[in-house]
Design a protein around this ligand. Structure first.
Ligand SMILES: Cc1ncc(COP(=O)(O)O)c(C=O)c1O
Length: 406
C-alpha cells in the first residue's frame, strides 16, 4: 500500500471518504497541484498522469494558453445566461462548427447533457422531418455503451452497476451488439430516428469496432434515413491521433457529440455539432441550459479549438501512440493478455491470475504512475497529449515492473 503513517495522505483520504457518497472508488492519492503530464500530491510525491481526467485533460494540466484565456475572461465576464448574447459566443460556435465541418453547434456543459441534447434533437427531427408518428421514435444503441449517467441514458446501459435500481427506465431504445452490422440493420425500422454509438467504446475498455463497421453504419443510416450520432466525448478532440475517431475510416456522422477535452481541463464544456437540417429543428424555449455556452466556457473552449486546428496534438497522439502501443504489445504474454486502442489511448487486460486491474493501478501509483481500472482486469491508459516519448517509456517500464513483481 502507498499509505504511510508519517504522511498527510491517509487522514485526507479518510476525511474525503467520511464526507462523500461512495459513488466512486478513487485510488488513495490526494492531489494538490499539477502541470503538463505530472501531478503532485499533498505529501510532495509526483505522479505521471496516465488517465488525463478520462480525456478531459488532453492538453495536459494548466496548458498556458488555456489558463491565460481563463484568467483574462475571469477578469471581464463570466456568465450572462443565454438570455443575452455575449462577445465570446459567436467565435466559439463558428470555430467549433468549422472544426467539425458542420453548420451549427449547440453548447451545453457535461457530456451527459450533450447526449440528452442529441436524443431530443434526433426525436424531434424524426417527428418533424422524417414523419415518424408521435411518440413512436426509437434510437438504436450498442451493448457495452457508456454515454453518461442521467436516468434516460442509463435506461439503455448494459452495465448493471450503472443501471440496476434506477428504474423505471425510459423507453425508446434498442440495444444491439457493438460491431455487428447485421444486428444493427435488423434493429432499424421506419420509426428509427438515430443510431447512437461511440466510435471506440472507452469505458468498456477502449474497444475498437471491426474495420468497416463505422462506414457500414454510415451507409445504413444514409440508406434508411436515420441520423448517425457519434459520441466522441471521450474519443474525440485528438485522443486517437485524429480530431475525431470517426476520421480513421473516413466516416462523417450527422452529429458529433463532444465534451471532456473541449473544456481544456478547466471548465465543463460540451456541445453537439450538426447541419441546419438537423439542429435547426429546435425552436426557442424547447431546450437549454443556464450555464451552457457561458463566457468563461466559450473563452477557454475557443482556445481548445484553436489548439486542435494546428493539428499538433493529433500528430503527437498518432506518433506517440505508436510508441505506447509497441511498448504495451511487448508485454502481451508477460502479464498482459490483450492490448487495444488507437493513438494515445489504450485498453489493457491484465492476466487475472496475476492481479486485478485495481491492484495493478495501486502498484502503479506506488511507482508514480496514475491510471484507473475499468471492469475487473482492464485498465485504461490515456496520458495527456503533451506527454513525451521518454514519459511514455517510463510508464510502460513501470507497468512492466508491476507485472514482473506479481
Ligand atoms: C463516451 C462518453 N459519453 C458521455 C460521457 C458522459 O460525460 P460526463 O461525465 O461529462 O457527463 C462519457 C464520460 O465518461 C463518455 O465517455
Amino acid at each position: 500500500m502507498i499509505v504511510d503513517d508519517m504522511l498527510r495522505t491517509p487522514a485526507a483520504v479518510a476525511d474525503a471518504e467520511r464526507w462523500t457518497a461512495h459513488n466512486y472508488h478513487p485510488l488513495p492519492v490526494v492531489i494538490s497541484s499539477a502541470e503538463g503530464a505530472w501531478l503532485t500530491d499533498i505529501d510532495g510525491r509526483r505522479y505521471l498522469d496516465c488517465l488525463a481526467g478520462y480525456s478531459a485533460l488532453n492538453f495536459g494540466h494548466r496548458h498556458p494558453t488555456l489558463i491565460a484565456a481563463a484568467h483574462a475572461q475571469l477578469d471581464r465576464l463570466t456568465l450572462t445566461s443565454r438570455a443575452f448574447i455575449h462577445d465570446q459566443f459567436a467565435d466559439f460556435c463558428r470555430e467549433l462548427a468549422t472544426l467539425c465541418g458542420k453548420e451549427l453547434v449547440l453548447p451545453m456543459n457535461t457530456g451527459a447533457e450533450a447526449v440528452e441534447t442529441a436524443i431530443k434533437v434526433a426525436r424531434k427531427w424524426a417527428y418533424r422531418v422524417k414523419g415518424v408518428p408521435a411518440d413512436q421514435a426509437n434510437i438504436v444503441v450498442a451493448e457495452g455503451n457508456f454515454h453518461g449517467r442521467t436516468t434516460t441514458i442509463i435506461s439503455f446501459s448494459t452495465d448493471s452497476d450503472a443501471r440496476d435500481d434506477f428504474g423505471p427506465y425510459t423507453p425508446g431504445f434498442r440495444v444491439v451488439p457493438y460491431g455487428d452490422l447485421a444486428a444493427l440493420a435488423a434493429a432499424v425500422d421506419e420509426n428509427t430516428a438515430a443510431v447512437l454509438l461511440e466510435p471506440i467504446q472507452g469505458e468498456q475498455g477502449v474497444v475498437v469496432p471491426p474495420a468497416g463497421y463505422l462506414p457500414g453504419v454510415r451507409e445504413l443510416c444514409t440508406d434508411r434515413n436515420v441520423l448517425f450520432l457519434a459520441d466522441e466525448i471521450q474519443s474525440g478532440l485528438g485522443r486517437t491521433g485524429e480530431t475525431f475517431a470517426c476520421q480513421a475510416e473516413g466516416v462523417v456522422p450527422d452529429m458529433y457529440l463532444l465534451g471532456k477535452a473541449l473544456g481544456g481541463g478547466i471548465v465543463p464544456v460540451s456541445a453537439v455539432a450538426a447541419d441546419r437540417d438537423v439542429l435547426g429543428v429546435l425552436r426557442p424555449g424547447e431546450h437549454g441550459s443556464t450555464f451552457g455556452g457561458n463566457p468563461l466556457a466559450c473563452a477557454v473552449a475557443t482556445e481548445v479549438v484553436r489548439l486542435l486546428a494546428t493539428g499538433e496534438f493529433q500528430r503527437r497522439s498518432a506518433e506517440l501512440g505508436e510508441r505506447l502501443h509497441a511498448g504495451l504489445h511487448a508485454l502481451v504474454g508477460k502479464g498482459l493478455v490483450a492490448v487495444r486502442g488507437r493513438g494515445l489511448w489504450a485498453g489493457i487486460d491484465i492476466d487475472p491470475a496475476l492481479m486485478t486491474g485495481r491492484q495493478a493501478c495501486e502498484r502503479l501509483a506506488e511507482r508514480g504512475v496514475l491510471a484507473k481500472d475499468t471492469h475487473g482486469s482492464t485498465i485504461r491508459l490515456a496520458p495527456p497529449l503533451v506527454v513525451t516519448a521518454e514519459e511514455i517509456d517510463h510508464a510502460v517500464a513501470q507497468l512492466a515492473a508491476v507485472l514482473a513483481s506479481a
